[in-house]
Design a protein around this ligand. Structure first.
Ligand SMILES: Nc1ncnc2c1ncn2[C@@H]1O[C@H](COP(=O)(O)OP(=O)(O)O)[C@@H](O)[C@H]1O
Ligand SMILES: [Mg+2]
Length: 329
């Protein structure tokens, strides 16, 4: 990607992003409803910073990731990468973008070919850079060292590694092409708590060394807290609250954010509570009701919440909340 932009310009800016999936029924597969997976999402990521994207399973986080990577086309909205709309890119620019924006998944097993050695997997990315075999070999060793795996690991297969080590390999693979943005989609959700911290520390180190920007996705606020400069809380395809990390933890405004925080275990991480304070289940994103999407579970709900679309209120300093009650309080 060209690097001609102003230093203050966000690496990624997403506006009014929408993706609905049709639900089809019957012999003729007529459209029977819409899953509003992403329903008007806005956020931006500053260069070299981390945006945490949090919300319960099914709220649309991975769909946002796939839209940003253009693995999926949006119905509406703009995705500006380094100031350029990714929908207007030429094939050549799209190829460059595919390198510059990488993804790390929850399960690196899914992204690593089990029949390839770790070295071969990392080499796949390096080959696209058009460098010599010798240089690639040296680079593989350097990458493995960077993520804390011995160079002997290059000749082993994914199944010979633990979950945490496999995730390190997944990160090495993403790093191989020197990306400027990495989307981490629940990168530590499948790992033991002690290992989670190690992987998050590694990601933070890499950011400090290489200035990488992250979109860090998780369903657990605890997990995004340490690495994120700013946090965006999603519910049923919409953003409920966005704030700098300190502000969000010191002064959570949306009833949903508060419920998520109340569910965060304070001392013993093994005694994880699953959203005790949140009544009910996550409702289906299939044809959600008008008004606030959180109305069915909200302790503060009033008629107005069921009647009108709730807009964003700025509580000051860029602390945005989609709740009029929170602002009134
Ligand atoms: N390709 C698809 N077709 C139909 N529905 C989908 C598709 N992908 C995701 N969904 C639905 O969209 C909603 C959001 O999914 P997802 O983005 O995976 O959520 P999250 O990552 O937050 O768990 C879910 O209800 C999911 O079932
Ligand atoms: Mg997901």
């Amino acid at each position: 990607m060209e690097q001609t932009q102003q230093p203050t310009e966000p690496v990624l800016a997403v506006t009014a992003l929408k993706k609905y999936f049709p639900v089809r029924r019957g012999f003729f597969q007529r459209i029977d409803g819409w899953i509003k997976a992403v329903d008007g999402v806005d956020f931006h990521i500053e260069r070299g910073r981390t945006l945490g994207l949090v919300g319960e399973s099914g709220c649309g986080k991975s769909t946002v990731a796939r839209l940003v990577l253009r693995l999926l086309d949006a119905d509406r909205g703009d995705i500006l990468y380094n100031g350029r709309d990714i929908h207007g890119l030429s094939a050549k620019e799209m190829k460059a973008l595919r390198r510059d924006m990488q993804i790390v998944f929850q399960d690196p097993y899914g992204s690593l070919n089990p029949r390839m050695t770790v070295g071969q997997s990392i080499d796949e990315g390096l080959r696209t850079l058009g460098i010599s075999r010798g240089q690639r070999k040296a680079r593989i060793e350097e990458l493995l060292e960077t993520v804390g795996i011995t160079t002997a690991g290059a000749d082993r297969y994914p199944h010979e590694f633990s979950g945490g080590q496999r995730q390190r390999v997944g990160i090495a693979r993403a790093l191989s092409v020197e990306p400027s943005l990495i989307i981490c989609d629940e990168p530590v959700s499948a790992l033991d708590v002690s290992i989670q911290a190690q992987i998050i520390n590694l990601l933070k180190d890499l950011q400090d060394r290489f200035g990488i920007s992250y979109l860090f996705i998780a369903h657990d606020l605890n997990v995004v807290a340490y690495i994120s400069d700013r946090i965006t809380v999603m519910y049923l395809g919409q953003i409920m609250e966005s704030a700098d990390t300190d502000a969000l933890f010191e002064n959570p405004l949306h009833p949903y954010t508060r419920a998520l925080l109340a569910a965060v275990p304070s001392t013993d991480p093994r005694a994880r509570k699953e959203m005790k304070s949140l009544g009910g289940e996550v409702p289906s994103p299939l044809d959600p009701p008008p008004g606030c999407k959180f109305q069915g579970r909200c302790p503060l709900v009033e008629d107005r919440c069921r009647e009108e679309e709730i807009r964003f209120y700025d509580a000051g300093g860029g602390h945005l909340v989609r709740c009029w009650k929170a602002i009134e309080e």
